[in-house]
Design a protein around this ligand. Structure first.
Ligand code: HEM
Length: 153
């Protein structure tokens, strides 16, 4: 009887050695680094590109979209200011910056949901807005990728 018990224990011990690491190794995919690119470069370069190319009312210029933007002559923070052309306020710029950085969900800029959607290859389920940029080499797409990676413009 003692011999059987020893054998069983040895077997179990061996199994745990083999399966243990495999068992708890959960592949969570690439690390979801949250990058915090420059707000200043966003205000001068990336933000105006996004407002112009994504900010239409039927697209991201409305509060129903998780990625919702304010833009000059389109949706404004104060409803009374909608469609007016004065420059975006600091509060609108803050909101656009927060909305955009919320989709920087990968440590490789072009693999972020923001860029993937803009390329129309986007994330889960593609992008109903289609491929706004034809390729990452598109000058505006490159400017977005540079901004995300923190490279000098
Ligand atoms: C470079 C410009 C654009 C970027 C970076 C962009 C980015 C995104 C992101 C991050 C999402 C997921 C979050 C959300 O649902 O709001 C999304 C979804 C969506 N976008 Fe855009 N978008 C752009 C242009 C457009 C345009 C021009 C349209 C309309 C013609 C549009 C229509 C939509 C729609 C309907 C969805 C929800 C369904 C889906 O996930 O595909 N987008 N986009």
């Amino acid at each position: 009887m003692a011999l059987v018990r020893t054998l069983v224990r040895a077997l179990l011990g061996g199994l745990l050695c083999v399966l243990g690491p495999l068992g708890c190794e959960v592949d969570s995919g690439p690390a979801m680094a949250v990058t915090q690119p420059s707000r200043a470069t966003f205000v001068h370069e990336a933000g105006p590109i996004l407002a112009a190319r994504c900010g239409d009312y039927a697209c991201h210029g409305n509060a129903n979209r998780p990625f919702a933007l304010y833009a000059v002559a389109r949706r404004r923070l104060r409803a009374a200011d909608n469609f007016t052309s004065h420059p975006l306020t600091e509060a609108e710029l803050d909101a656009n910056f927060a909305a955009t950085t919320g989709f920087l969900d990968h440590d490789r800029p072009r693999d972020t949901t923001l860029v993937q959607k803009a390329l129309g290859i986007g994330g889960k389920g593609g992008h109903k807005g289609g491929g706004v940029f034809a390729a990452p080499s598109d000058p505006e797409c490159r400017a977005l990728i540079r901004w995300i990676s923190g490279e000098q413009q």
